[in-house]
Design a protein around this ligand. Structure first.
Ligand code: PLP
Length: 368
């Protein structure tokens, strides 16, 4: 029995003991904008932008996962922008990864910089040696997306602290079941629950987690005042997805470890990036910091055309952006302008039974 197993059971049963006779076992969706309010004092809910019960249920599950206070948002980017807006002010320096989720960079350049935040982009692998003096916020993402470079979170936190900076970690590629940035000293975690936590490619959602009540109060104020609030139906979908997160991740990560190994032995594959693979540049730090190598694999084929043909021909791959769904999916990242080789594919391993998935992949790889 591991800590993750206990968390998984707690997530499944977080409402069980508070049910009254005749209550629905599944979470009710409460689509309320307003609440009965003969007087304000003592009301559990007052107005839908301030809080509602269906969010609170998914936040209770996410709080179990994070072992921290959680504020939910209608997308990963809504959570990321909330965290940044909650901590930054004019004149601050923000360090963000040059090779991380690109919308975070576009948001920072387009909206934070014009308000007087100095935005400094830095390659993820340079975080390990960077001097953070003068920074107000160090924002990291590990493994980076799509390159899968890993940084030592505790070491970054130590240097950021010494420089007087706060640290925010985007933990989307791992989830708290595989990596725990708050335990390693980060001030805030942001995540897109759109990916593995919701898991079925049918809803956008996000959250901010943290253990400093003052910081979290500011994040909560941002949600209420900006109006970036999730809908009750979306919260319900994520609540349902989270019930199977631990089970899905176990299959996805176990399959990814085998597939990464086998990809490395294929003639048509010129390079493989998987932090859980012995020999990967990030293997040592991944072993210390991550519960497994994850479910994302980067690999390279000889050309854009060859990579596209593999994606089209493999029966059990969805050709889509995003990752973490039940279906395995893949795409050539250079089509978005990412700084990767033309034939580089980001593969998200899903929950298909391993050997069925692998034989479809091997067949598509074998066609010369
Ligand atoms: C998808 C993603 C986001 C943004 O999430 P949305 O729900 O699409 O807004 C942020 N960070 C990472 C690492 C992601 O993969």
């Amino acid at each position: 029995m591991t800590a993750n197993h206990t968390i998984a059971a707690e997530i499944l049963h977080h409402r069980s003991k508070s049910l009254a006779k005749g209550d629905p076992v599944s979470l009710p969706i409460v689509p309320a904008a307003t609440f009965h309010l003969p007087e304000v004092a003592g009301a559990a809910h007052i107005y839908g932008r301030n809080g509602m019960s269906t969010w609170e249920a998914v936040e209770a599950q996410l709080a179990l996962l994070e072992q921290a206070e959680v504020v939910s948002f209608p997308s990963g980017m809504a959570a990321i922008s909330a965290a940044l807006m909650a901590v930054l002010k004019q004149g601050d320096r923000l360090i963000i990864p040059a090779d991380g989720y690109y919308v975070t960079r576009v948001f920072s350049a387009g909206f934070l910089a014009p308000f007087g935040v100095e935005v400094v982009e830095m390659a993820t692998r340079d975080y390990d040696t960077a001097d953070f003096s003068g920074a107000a916020v160090v924002y990291l993402e590990t493994p980076s997306n799509p390159g899968l470079d890993v940084v030592d979170i505790a070491a970054v936190v130590a240097r950021a602290r010494a420089a007087g900076a706060l640290v925010i970690a985007d933990n989307t590629t791992m989830t708290p079941l595989l990596q725990r940035p708050l335990d390693l000293g980060c001030d805030l975690v942001v995540a897109a629950d759109t990916k593995a936590p919701a898991g079925h490619s049918d809803v956008l959602f996000g959250h901010v987690a943290g253990r400093d009540p003052a910081l979290m109060a500011r994040v909560r104020d941002w949600r209420r005042l900006s109006g970036a609030v999730p809908g009750p139906f979306e919260a319900w979908q994520v609540h349902r997805g989270l019930e199977t997160l631990e089970l899905r991740l176990e299959r996805m990560c176990a399959s990814a470890a085998v597939i990464a190994q086998r990809l490395g032995e294929q003639a048509g594959v010129t390079a493989v990036r998987y932090p859980g693979l012995a020999g990967d540049a990030s293997y040592a730090v991944a072993q210390r910091q991550m519960g497994s190598g994850g479910f994302l694999i980067g690999f390279q084929m000889a050309s854009a055309a060859r990579a596209e043909r593999f994606l089209t021909d493999c029966r059990y791959l969805v050709q889509s952006t995003s990752f973490g769904g039940t279906h395995s999916s893949g795409e050539r990242r250079a089509r978005w302008g990412d700084q990767v080789a033309e034939g580089f594919i980001r593969l998200s391993v899903g929950i298909e039974p391993l050997e069925v998935l692998w034989s479809a992949m091997a067949e598509a790889l074998g066609e010369s």
